[in-house]
Design a protein around this ligand. Structure first.
Ligand code: ZN
Length: 165
């Protein structure tokens, strides 16, 4: 194992992944797609997964269970909020369980899930859909290389599976 193909801060890691919940439901997978590329140490991945990848090498395959606290966080009751019906388009589908993307105060993207709706108010759960859940990852590392200066400046990986811009 040479240092250049081991995952350290500043490595661009390319990997295939499969994310399964404890009930066996596969919620995300790179199967059939380009592998994901990310810059190690940039907090691009959930913390528990990024730390599990540290020190791993190219061609390694492993499974890791990440707790909610090290994943998308625990569920927070305060994240369930009532939003005026007028904040949504007239033709919005507001059936319980419908998910939509909104932005928080800082303009960061945030997922909302409709809990209930009437003429005046929509009850929205702004917890991440995977909050409170254990995340079971199956990982296959297909590439490790040092980040370019530009990637370090941008704080993300470029090229296939990374940012294209
Ligand atoms: Zn960039």
């Amino acid at each position: 194992m040479s240092e250049t193909n081991t995952v350290v801060a500043g490595s661009v890691v390319t990997l295939h992944y499969k994310l399964t919940l404890d009930d066996g439901q596969v919620v995300d997978s790179s199967e059939g797609n380009e592998p994901l590329a990310y810059l190690h140490g940039s907090n691009s991945l959930v913390p528990g997964l990024e730390s599990a990848l540290g020190g791993k090498a190219v061609d390694e395959e492993f499974e890791v269970t990440v707790s909610a606290a090290e994943g998308y966080g625990d569920r927070i009751d305060d994240a369930i909020q009532e939003v005026p019906r007028s904040a949504f388009p007239d033709d919005a589908d507001l059936q319980p369980g419908i998910q939509f993307q909104a932005t928080d105060q800082d303009d960061n993207p945030i997922m909302g899930t409709i809990e209930a709706a009437d003429d005046k108010t929509v009850k929205v759960d702004f917890n991440h859909p995977l909050a409170g859940k254990n995340l079971n990852f199956a990982i296959e590392i297909v590439g490790v290389r040092p980040a370019t200066t530009e990637e370090v400046e941008h704080g993300h990986a470029h090229g296939e599976g990374g940012h294209q811009h």
